[in-house]
Design a binder for this molecule. Structure first.
Ligand SMILES: Nc1nc2c(ncn2[C@@H]2O[C@H](COP(=O)(O)OP(=O)(O)O[C@H]3O[C@H](CO)[C@@H](O)[C@H](O)[C@@H]3O)[C@@H](O)[C@H]2O)c(=O)[nH]1
Length: 344
């Protein structure tokens, strides 16, 4: 008999780590983990299967359709914003064609099961594109439907895939006789910058925050690639995982839209610096803005309006700025590198 499972793509990434640990400890569903990188050993016991493979490999995805009854897809695999700018066409293939492949897989599973498969899609504040710094500073809490002119390939890809998800959920094969038989239950969250104490970010443009913290905790010097006055919304990783799980659990009838902003706190790079310096007084942090990465961050909002998520599915972060640093980030990052030092 086929077993009901959740499929996590990009399973070895930062968000994948948090999600696998959480779902694995709950133990409600079996997990199929898929990543182009091998899954870290400590995550393997939580998974029914850890597959090293590409989301562009349609043969591999076909085998998953045949073998498992997939209840929910957490499609986390992607090439993030900075990395994507170095090879935009390759990023487009993974971010867009890869997502299309997973949506097709969801349709096939929905048809086979006779009920919609849930498709959880993490999007990003990178979908926004504010034209200049003045506008960024005056824009306030940006709503889901404003300022949607992204300046990065990643932002374009995420925005388009939000539309693709809505299309597959609502209009897919709208002229076919069996229209309505194959819907996918698409749900997306636009995340702010994410900060994890246990994994290191790679390839994002809000990475200066977590990088500052991780470098300081290891006693390594760090050059921050944005100006001190640069402000973005951020969220601690446990809240990001909580948001994904809460949206997954919400009844479809409660959801008034397909895509939701969520946020926890907005913070400038200077404020980040002050907090990190207080926790690690020896930290050597300098500001050396990279002109083009700065431009990208300047096009992203200082804050977002997440009232729809709060209203529709009860979103509320556990970690505000104070709690995120004092109860999660600083103690956990200290412990992470303390353990690493002892192992060495
Ligand atoms: N299977 C598969 N995995 C891939 C592919 N390309 C990249 N990946 C994997 O996708 C993962 C992405 O992880 P990270 O780079 O650590 O990103 P993240 O912080 O987890 O990003 C998450 O949050 C973003 C929003 O802030 C999301 O945009 C992103 O999709 C992801 O869910 C990595 O483990 C990477 O190996 C591919 O073609 N196939």
């Amino acid at each position: 008999m086929r077993k009901e499972v959740v499929l996590i793509t990009g399973a070895n990434g930062e968000m994948g780590h948090g999600l696998i640990q959480h779902l694995g400890q709950q133990g409600t569903f079996d997990i199929i983990a898929l990543d182009v990188q091998p899954l870290d050993d400590h995550l393997k016991p939580y998974c029914l299967r850890a597959i090293q493979g590409d989301i562009l490999d349609t043969m591999l995805l076909g085998r998953l359709v045949a073998e498992f009854e997939i209840r929910t897809i957490y499609h986390l695999a992607s090439i993030l914003s900075t990395k994507a700018e170095y090879n935009p066409e390759a990023a487009h293939r993974v971010n867009v064609e890869g997502t299309l492949n997973l949506l097709r897989l969801a349709v096939e599973q929905s048809q086979w099961q006779g009920k919609p498969v849930k498709f959880l899609y993490p999007s990003s504040i990178a979908v926004y594109g504010l034209p200049d710094l003045e506008t960024k500073r005056c824009a306030g809490k940006v709503k889901e439907y404003n300022w949607l002119e992204p300046t990065t390939m990643y932002g374009c890809n995420k925005l388009y895939c939000e539309h693709l998800g809505r299309y597959y959920a609502r209009y897919y094969r709208q002229l076919a006789a069996d229209y309505g038989q194959s819907s996918v239950d698409f749900r997306s969250i636009r995340f702010p910058g994410l900060i994890s104490a246990v994994t290191l970010p790679t390839g994002g443009t809000s990475d200066y925050g977590p990088e500052m913290l991780h470098h300081a905790a290891q006693g390594l010097p760090y050059k921050c690639f944005v100006r001190p006055d640069t402000r973005l919304p951020f969220m601690a990783m446990p809240d990001a995982i909580k948001a994904l799980l809460q949206l997954e659990a919400a009844p479809r009838s409660a959801l008034s839209q397909y895509v939701y902003n969520v946020t926890s706190f907005s913070i400038s790079a200077e404020e980040f610096y002050q907090i990190v310096k207080k926790a690690f007084p020896e930290a050597e942090i300098t500001f050396d803005p990279h002109p083009n990465r700065q431009k990208i961050v300047d096009s992203w909002p200082e804050d977002v309006d997440d009232s729809a998520a709060r209203q529709d599915w009860g979103w509320q972060p556990d970690y505000d700025l104070e709690r995120a640093f004092s109860e999660y980030l600083i103690p956990a990052v200290r412990q992470r590198y303390e353990v690493a030092r002892q192992v060495r």
